[in-house]
Write a protein that binds this ligand. Structure first.
Ligand SMILES: [Zn+2]
Length: 94
């Protein structure tokens, strides 16, 4: 029997469940495994983050109908440049 009072979850358990998240999101996971996975998610913030991220990715992919996501290289470059900037004044300031 699993002790519901456990404080530290098994990483192997997380990995197993995370491997099933794709099927879970696709609705391909059997109901009993769904319940098991959801029960684990209830007590595992780490896996909830993974699920949330994966869910968003899946939603985007479904929205785009399997089209490659348009990643603006310009935006990424600007974000990286901004992150790399020290606390210097904005270059476009008058
Ligand atoms: Zn977990």
């Amino acid at each position: 029997m699993t002790n519901p009072q456990h404080h530290h979850h098994s990483l192997a358990r997380c990995r197993t469940l995370i491997a099933q998240l794709n099927d879970y999101l696709d609705g391909d996971l059997p109901p009993d495994l769904c319940a098991e996975l959801e029960a684990h998610l209830t007590g595992c913030p780490d896996c909830r983050v993974v699920l949330s991220t994966l869910n968003q990715t899946v939603q985007i992919l479904h929205t785009l109908d399997a089209a490659p996501p348009p990643l603006p290289a310009d935006l990424e470059a600007r974000l990286l440049a901004r992150l790399a900037l020290p606390s210097a004044p904005a270059p476009d300031e008058p």
